[in-house]
Design a protein. Structure first.
Length: 327
C-alpha cells in the first residue's frame, strides 16, 4: 500500500529570504522511499495570495492562502520581516496571531533562522529550548526571557516544535526531520541528491567571528579520516594528535575550533551514527553492533544511544529496520 505523503506547508511572509523559503522544497521534495515513493507534499502559502515582497531584488507570487495551514502535518516558518522592528512587545501582531491560530492542533512546527521569533512571539517556545541565528540570540533572549535559548547549536528538536540557526542550518533541520521520519538511509539519500552533508557535527559557534592571533593552516581532517576507518578499534587522543604531528593540547584546541566539540565527543557521535546505520540495515545483535562501532559492550552502546537519541537501540531498530516510520 502506497504511503500517504506527509504534508509540509511553508509560510511565506513579507520580506522573506528566498533561499530560506526554498529550503523545504529542495529537501523534502527530494525525499523518496526505498521503492521510489514520494514521501512529502510541499505547499507554500501566504496570508494574502498574490505578490510577496522579499529581501532580494525580486518579488514572489504565491497563489495559496492561509487555509493551507489547517491541513498541514508540518509547518515551516522561514525568516521574514525584520526581528528588531516587528516584535517590539515580544508578541505577535493581531493579524499574525490570527494566522498562527489557523495551524491545526497536533501539527509539527519548525522555524528557519529568525523564523524562531514568530514561534516565540506566538508563545510556542515558552519554557522550551530553542535557537536562532547567532547574531540575534541576545535580542531573542531579551524579547523572550521564557525561552531557553541555546546560541551554539545548529538546530533544536523539542518534539513537536523545532528551531534552527541561520540560513544553511535550515538545511540541517530539514534533513534531520527526514531522518527522524524515515531513518538514516532515506535522509542520506536525500542529502546526497542535494549535495549537502547528511549531518554536520558541531554548532554555529564555529561561525561566530573571533580574533585569530596567528595564521593557522593545520587542520585535523587527516586524523578524522583515520579515525572513521577505525571506529571499531580503541582510538586514543594521543593517536589522533600524532596523525597531525601535534601535541595533544594543540590538537584538542584545533579540533574544537574546527568541529565545535571535543575529539571524544566527536568520536562518540560518529560511533552512534555508525550504530544507527547498522541497526537499520543489518540484523546483527546489539552486542555485535556495539563491538563494530567501538562501544565494546551492549550496555555502553545503550547508554550512549539513549543519551544521544532518547531511545534504546532495540526500539530504534523496530522503528527504522523496515525503512522508517510511515508518518
Amino acid at each position: 500500500m502506497a504511503l500517504k505523503p506527509h504534508r509540509v506547508v511553508v509560510l511565506a511572509l513579507p520580506l522573506a529570504i528566498p533561499f530560506e523559503l526554498s529550503i523545504p522544497h529542495r529537501i523534502f521534495g527530494r525525499a523518496f522511499s526505498t521503492t521510489g515513493e514520494t514521501l512529502y507534499e510541499v505547499t507554500t502559502c501566504t496570508p494574502v495570495p498574490g505578490r510577496v515582497p522579499t529581501q532580494a531584488d525580486f518579488d514572489l507570487h504565491v497563489a495559496t492562502g492561509p487555509e493551507a495551514l489547517e491541513t498541514a502535518d508540518t509547518v515551516i516558518v522561514p525568516a521574514a520581516y525584520e526581528p528588531s522592528t516587528l516584535f517590539g512587545e515580544g508578541r505577535l501582531p493581531d493579524d499574525l496571531a490570527a494566522l498562527f491560530a489557523r495551524i491545526r492542533p497536533g501539527a509539527r512546527i519548525a522555524s528557519i533562522c529568525t523564523g524562531s521569533f514568530f514561534l516565540a512571539a506566538a508563545g510556542l517556545l515558552d519554557g522550551r529550548p530553542a535557537t536562532t541565528h547567532w547574531a540575534w540570540t541576545d535580542r531573542f533572549q531579551q524579547l523572550f526571557p521564557a525561552v531557553k535559548v541555546d546560541p551554539d547549536v545548529l538546530y533544536v528538536d523539542d518534539g513537536d516544535v523545532l528551531t534552527s540557526a541561520g540560513v544553511a542550518a535550515g538545511i540541517d533541520l530539514c534533513v534531520h526531520l527526514v531522518r527522524r521520519d524515515h531513518g538514516s538511509a532515506v535522509a542520506n539519500d536525500t542529502a546526497r541528491r542535494s549535495v549537502v552533508p547528511p549531518h554536520r557535527y558541531g554548532g554555529q559557534a564555529q561561525y561566530v567571528l573571533r580574533p585569530v592571533p596567528e595564521i593557522q593552516t593545520a587542520t585535523t581532517s587527516a586524523a578524522r579520516d583515520w579515525a572513521l576507518e577505525r571506529l571499531h578499534e580503541p582510538v586514543q587522543l594521543r593517536d589522533l594528535a600524532e596523525r597531525e604531528l601535534m601535541s595533544v593540547r594543540t590538537f584538542t584546541r584545533r579540533f574544537r575550533a574546527e568541529m565545535g566539540v571535543s575529539p571524544g565527543q566527536w568520536l562518540t557521535q560518529q560511533r552512534v551514527e555508525r550504530a544507527r546505520q547498522l541497526l537499520e540495515s543489518t540484523d546483527r545483535s546489539v552486542d555485535l553492533v556495539a563491538r563494530d562501532c567501538g562501544f565494546g559492550t551492549a550496555q555502553s552502546l545503550r547508554q550512549h544511544f539513549q543519551s544521544a537519541l532518547g531511545v534504546a537501540p532495540t526500539v530504534y531498530r523496530r522503528t527504522f529496520r523496515t525503512h522508517g516510520s510511515p508518518c
